[in-house]
Design a protein around this ligand. Structure first.
Ligand code: PLP
Length: 456
């Protein structure tokens, strides 16, 4: 079996826990998260209703209240009031369930036949999970407005553009009902202006959801909490503890102010699940806050992460990654062959290799950066991914793996520089104008050698 795992499975595994993994957004594992997973697997209960394992429901309420307080979410999001937190499997499920709640809330007011008139708003930087949620919720694809952003707002959603779109839709008889803002977009980790967006949503009777799947974690640090300002006006808020919070996948924390809105959309009450506690409305039954019936004991791993590491260690963990990203940004900024494409707020750096001076045509420079990405990843020493910003093929390097240290960033930068050198030189080499090998180590970079991926 061990031999088969080594020979048949591991060669096909992408090492998300490698310190050289800088792709997408991270998916942290940790000893605490791992222990929580083991305990959950051993207990293996299915906690859909309170009565099916009271500890599972109650721990989830407690732990999400703790995390909500760490993020300084308003009191209405905590379980003591009409709202509360729930662990979903993913940010995609989170946006889907709140979209369903918002849709049904609106349809109760305007009548079910108005479904075709309902309109959803986000930006062209909002995660595609919103679009998928619309598809599932029966929102007409042409009523899902992904409003354009550009570099003038650092790719954040402009409140003026949102207001204009809403006014126009109302004037042609449509019904705006849902607005999604993002803290830490997937492409460039920009932050939408939550307060202004919330105001627009409120004045139009719309549900305002905040997706902070990646960057929400950083907001437990007082110096980054400002990026959540305005969340107090939101109807729902989501962050993925399974991304950058040392909690093994999956663990997506969703808070709502009005739990009844979720329950009205998602509850079922078959005879075979009836019990006194539920009938008396004395308990939370999380089956009514999510799509599936069954659910795992996911709060155990978040509980262990919070208890074993503590707030200060978690804050320092996040700060360290942000500092490493800042360091990488400085390296890129000091090399005139590269440019930083979008401002960095957290641990994501967006950058690109500039084409030779006489070749500034976008298609050529996109191809150059695509070639660089492929060359860098083909070394097997680092893994980065890309996005498009204003039509520009943009490289993304995210610091977020638990084992990444400064020497790994140095090594990654060295790989990037070497491969860039090779690419930039190759057309000239063909003409016999340039040396055939990169300059000695230390010429562009600092001389650290990349480490191979762990062999274990
Ligand atoms: N929202 C944002 C901002 C993301 O960056 C991502 C994934 O990276 C998602 C949503 C989707 O997350 P999930 O895989 O948990 O559905």
């Amino acid at each position: 079996m061990v031999v088969d795992v080594q020979s048949k499975i591991l060669p096909g595994v992408t090492h998300w826990q490698s310190p050289n993994f800088y792709a997408y957004y991270p998916a942290n594992s940790s000893v605490a998260g791992f222990l929580g997973e083991i305990l959950s697997a051993g207990i293996n209960m299915v906690g859909f209703s309170w009565i099916t394992s009271p500890a599972a429901t109650e721990l989830e309420m407690i732990v999400l209240d703790w995390l909500g307080k760490l993020l300084k979410l308003p009191q209405e999001f905590l379980s003591s009031g009409h709202g509360g937190g729930v662990i979903q499997g993913s940010a995609s499920e989170a946006v889907l369930v709140v979209l369903l709640a918002a849709r049904d809330k609106t349809l109760r007011m305007v009548g079910k036949s108005a479904l075709g008139k309902l309109v959803v708003y986000g930006s062209d930087q909002t995660h595609s999970a919103l679009q998928k949620a619309c598809q599932i919720a029966g929102i007409h694809p042409e009523n899902c407005r992904l409003l354009k952003t550009d570099s003038s707002t650092d790719y954040a959603l402009s409140p003026e553009i949102v207001s204009e779109a809403i006014s126009h839709d109302i004037s042609i008889g449509l019904i705006p009902f849902f607005l999604c803002g993002t803290v830490g977009t997937t492409s460039s980790a920009t932050v939408d202006p939550l307060y202004s967006l919330a105001k627009i949503a409120k004045s139009n009777g719309m549900w305002f959801h905040v997706d902070a799947a990646y960057a929400g974690s950083a907001c437990i640090c007082p110096e980054y909490r400002k990026y959540l300002d305005g969340v107090e006006e939101a109807d729902s808020f989501n962050m993925n503890a399974h991304k950058w919070f040392l909690t093994n996948f999956d663990c997506s924390a969703l808070w709502v102010k009005d739990r009844n809105a979720l329950i009205q959309s998602l509850s079922t009450n078959p005879e075979f699940l009836k019990n006194k506690a539920s009938q008396a409305n004395l308990v939370v039954d999380y089956k009514d806050w999510q799509i599936p019936l069954g659910r795992r004991f996911r709060s155990l791993k978040l509980w262990m992460v919070l208890r074993l590491y503590g707030v200060e260690n978690l804050q320092n963990y996040l700060r360290n990654h942000i500092e490493l990203a800042r360091y990488f940004q400085v390296c890129v900024g000091q090399d005139p062959r590269f440019e930083i494409v979008a401002p960095r707020k957290f641990s994501l750096v967006c950058f690109r290799l500039l084409p030779p001076v006489d070749d500034n045509e976008t298609r050529g420079s996109n191809k150059l950066n695509q070639d660089l990405l492929e060359a860098v990843n083909s070394t097997g020493r680092v893994f980065i991914t890309h996005t498009a910003l204003s039509g520009m093929y943009t490289l993304r390097l995210v610091v977020g793996a638990p084992l990444t240290e400064r020497r790994h960033i140095d090594a990654a930068w060295k790989v990037l520089q070497d491969e860039a050198f090779t690419l930039l030189c190759s057309p000239l080499q063909e003409n016999g104008n340039l040396p055939k090998s990169p300059p000695p180590i230390g010429f562009f970079g600092n001389g650290f050698k990349a480490e191979p991926l762990p062999q274990k």
